[in-house]
Design a protein around this ligand. Sequence first.
Ligand code: CDP
Ligand code: MG
Length: 606
Amino acid sequence: MNPPSKRKCSDTADISEEVLPVELHKEKLLQVIRDNQIVVVCGETGSGKTTLLPKFLLDSNFVSPSRKLCVTQPRRVAALSVASRVAELLNTKLGNAVGYSVRFDEKLSSSTAVKFMTDGKLLHECLSNPTLEGYGIVMIDEAHERSLNTDVLFGLLKQLVLYRKDIKVIISSATLDADKFSAYFRGCPVFKVEGRLHDVKIFYTKQEQSDICEAAVQSVLQIHHSQPKGDILVFMPGVDEISRTESSLMECDQDLEIVTLHGQKNLDEQQLIFRPSSDRKVVLATNIAETSITVPNIVHVVDSGMVKEKHFESLNLVRCSQASAKQRAGRAGRLNPGICFRLYTSSIFETMPAFSKPEIMRTNLQTVLLLLLSMKIDIFNFEMIDSWSSDSFYSSLKCLYALGAVNKDAELTKLGRILVEFPTSPEVAKLMVVAMETKFLEQATIVAATVPEFSRISKHFRKAFSAGSNPEGDWGELISSFLYIKKSLKAGSSSSNRNYNKHLNSFKGVVQTQDQLVQLCSRLSKTICTTSFKYNPTTFEDCAKLSFPLKTADRNNDGTYTLKQDGSKALIHPSSVLANRAPRKIVYCDLLYTSKQFLLCCMPLS
Ligand code: CDP
Ligand code: MG
């Protein structure tokens, strides 16, 4: 990597004084929205689409508590953060005029007129409120991300606008997919918010880096020593890589303020990235900082070039797209000319795909199909902006059939109607339904609440237990860890270890989630007669087998496992407590594909 010469960067502007592009175009933009039922708004990241546009719509009386504006975000953490920002801009308490509603958490009141939601939450709301009664405007934000839920909402809104002439739809996007969106929405107008980016100098490494965490640390230190001013934003693929880089940087004992930003952060922790610091700030982030959350005062970007992407059943560590890399570099040039260090060679850049594949083409469709079937939508003729692959469509239907959620004619069953009520995957939902009215319900709800946090929990709390001896494998470890966390939180943090207390507190949300799942199960058990399903599990293992019918695997002589789902081979992930125990048969929750295919969060089966 060629080190840049030492030069003076101008002081970064104070964000409160910054005039954002959306502000400059306010009147014209409001007029286009007034005159049209659907509008596509696109503009550079950080131009104020997410935070200022909702404020203007409220100030100009486009919306009210009875004709709300709903703004969707693909990510939960972004929904919370932007809601809090807009409340701050309007000088109101979060939950009054501006509120949010995400899975397992909401802050709303009768005076809420602007409601930030995850796209998944709005999709779920369409079940009970298919005409979106109570909403005057729906703004689908971050549309360029093409999350599966966003794409499905597009399909529903395209139909809805035909018979709800009074509802408006705003599609907001960072990049210029605008024409594709416009064509899909019957040629609706596109409003471009012009804004400029400053030049960003790009540096590549000379050789491929084998350890991106180490390379990121070296890059940050090099910038810190050669550049006089400006915060540093580092793009890493996931939470694990962020933690490793954070630990190494802390060991270097530099006068740096290190903050992290990823999907598992709570609102208070996220706010740290917006707080000014006297030291140089280093923000270690996932691709959430690409467009969703604009980190202020960034002058230098370090890009690992990697991303964790869901590919059907597994989470894969892959190279990001060229479009992502450009967006990442652009973060350095928002207010001043900036620098971007790419931790890969220029020839690697040339081999990266131009754009990321929309999620709909690389994901499991079970949840979405279940939702659409519940809305009585013809899934065989649903018009999407890009259609799903027929392979994934049929393999998702096959899984739903194995679960008992649909019948042979792809019609929703009684069980399917119940599973759709849960804000979890259909498999985890079935685990709770099977365990309902049995002594395994608590275990089932704990597994449901903790599985998404598996890697974090096992990293921080595994050592608290007799590691590895739990007969229920990782599932058992999750349950013991959860009970330990819950007890410790109740008793109040007593450890003098600040880091430990920080980790403990970051699991408050998981405890709340489990509590809400218990309440949901109790509500549902009043309306459904689970005995009519005749499950009668006698062990927790029975519950697991019934709810993950295709996610089991058998050990081969060479120590690998053959997956029931597709006959492919995989290994138990080294992070599993079962990694050295090699049980004959297991059930797993997820797959991870790096150099090999790995099974995550496993429980042995007899
Ligand atoms: O949506 P878009 O990318 O167009 O921009 P935005 O998210 O509305 O951000 C506009 C400005 O608000 C940026 O300068 C952000 O850094 C700032 N902002 C902030 O200071 N605090 C937040 N919690 C969110 C945004
Ligand atoms: Mg935005």
